[in-house]
Unconditional design. Structure first.
Length: 140
């Protein structure tokens, strides 16, 4: 296994474990499995828990990816952060679609749905971060 892949797996795995743990806590204890009523819109508890955990794990994920997994990229930090945001928006979309599908259509429990959804998003995320966000220019 290449060192970069190992570092991504280790840091990404830690951040993913934190994400799933936070999702479980927010869904079961903070939201108490109930709709989040914002007054103008109500959000299902599994989507609200996803958003809440995302707000915490997004910046942690960027820092871990930039400084540990992909330190060889010399793009400016703001360019990397913008690209990371774009890549993560793809992951957010995948999370939203698959959580809706697994929980509301298939009738799965939210936490296992989040775990399966996260595995799908990891494959997408690694590919986009390696070849787009933290791309290293190869010189001949």
């Amino acid at each position: 296994m290449p060192v970069q892949t190992f570092k991504y797996a280790a840091t990404g795995g830690a951040n993913t474990a934190l994400d799933i743990f936070l999702f479980f806590i927010f869904y079961n204890f903070v939201l108490n499995k109930e709709l989040l009523d914002l007054g103008f819109v109500s959000i299902s508890p599994h989507i609200a828990a996803f958003i809440m955990s995302f707000v915490i794990t997004f910046p942690i994920g960027f820092i871990l990816a930039k400084y540990i997994s992909f330190p060889g990229s010399f793009l400016r930090k703001r360019i990397q952060f913008f690209r990371y945001g774009l890549s993560i928006m793809g992951s957010v979309l995948l999370n939203y679609v698959f959580l809706k599908l697994f929980v509301e259509v298939c009738g799965w429990y939210p936490t296992p749905s989040k775990i399966v959804t996260t595995l799908i998003a990891i494959l997408f995320s690694y590919t986009t971060q390696k070849y787009f966000t933290f791309k290293v220019e190869i010189k001949d």
